[in-house]
Design a protein around this ligand. Structure first.
Ligand code: FES
Length: 95
């Protein structure tokens, strides 16, 4: 019988969200009902997960004050402070 995963809290734009141990930041955002958490620089179009493997840079967040972290590659940790990103996100294109 599978053991239940430990759960802990992070914040997303100031709101507390419960995360299961082992979830990526992107998985935690999706599980909390968010489909998009960034906008493109030129057209301000919403972006969330596209590739899920670190290639497209659509999933950028600010994590614990560090901008442009790929949410699909980073495992959530207790107390993480996640912020959505408007505007450019990465600096090398519209993405
Ligand atoms: S979803 Fe493509 S880099 Fe994260």
């Amino acid at each position: 019988m599978a053991e239940p995963r430990a759960r802990f809290a992070v914040t997303v734009d100031g709101d507390e969200v419960t995360v299961s141990a082992g979830q990526t930041i992107a998985a935690a955002l999706i599980a909390s009902g968010r489909a998009a958490w960034r906008t493109t620089r030129l057209d301000h179009r919403p972006r969330g997960v596209f590739c899920g493997i670190g290639v497209c840079f659509d999933c950028l967040v600010t994590l614990n004050g560090q901008r442009s972290v790929r949410a699909c590659l980073v495992t959530a940790r207790p107390g993480d402070e996640i912020r959505s990103e408007g505007g450019p996100g990465r600096t090398d294109g519209d993405g």
